[in-house]
Unconditional design. Structure first.
Length: 153
């Protein structure tokens, strides 16, 4: 199946593509690479999931928030490219987790996004290199921010 068909099979809904809250581009193509700026967990009603992992939410809720960030990134891709089929592979994901200082499961949280991408582009093309780091805070008190780099088909 194509990536577009894979997404349809998941029966998920994309939130509206977010608009920049500062001076930056949410999406940029350079040569055959597609850069997507940091996205937060935007819901379908344009609100954000908020809170810190380890204080306001648990690790499972954080993982769901990361999946929602993945959906927001997909919304930006869809708006700008028109189709997930135009992406050849995920190159890199940088996941930032707002959490308490004793929280240690950052990679588990970011798996929410990484697992979503793997379901769409497959285990080979949907999994790239990745970093998952903890932060003392993130904009608007969001629990997760993720930026990504994709190779175009």
């Amino acid at each position: 199946m194509t990536p577009d068909e894979q997404f349809e099979q998941l029966n998920l809904t994309l939130p509206p593509a977010p608009t920049p809250l500062g001076v930056y581009k949410p999406f940029l193509i350079v040569d055959n690479l597609c850069y997507v700026s940091g996205h937060g967990p935007l819901l379908n009603d344009k609100t954000l999931i908020k809170g810190r992992i380890g204080a306001d939410m648990n690790m499972e809720e954080g993982k769901k928030a990361a999946e929602q960030v993945g959906l927001a990134i997909l919304a930006t891709l869809k708006q700008n490219l028109g189709s997930f089929n135009k992406i050849k592979r995920v190159v890199k994901v940088l996941g930032m987790v707002s959490c308490t200082s004793d929280f240690e499961r950052h990679p588990y949280v970011i798996n929410g996004c990484s697992e979503l991408f793997a379901k769409i582009w497959g285990e080979d093309n949907g999994v790239g290199v990745r970093s998952a780091v903890g932060m003392g805070s993130l904009p608007d008190n969001i629990p997760v921010e993720i930026e990504a780099l994709f190779e175009l088909a």
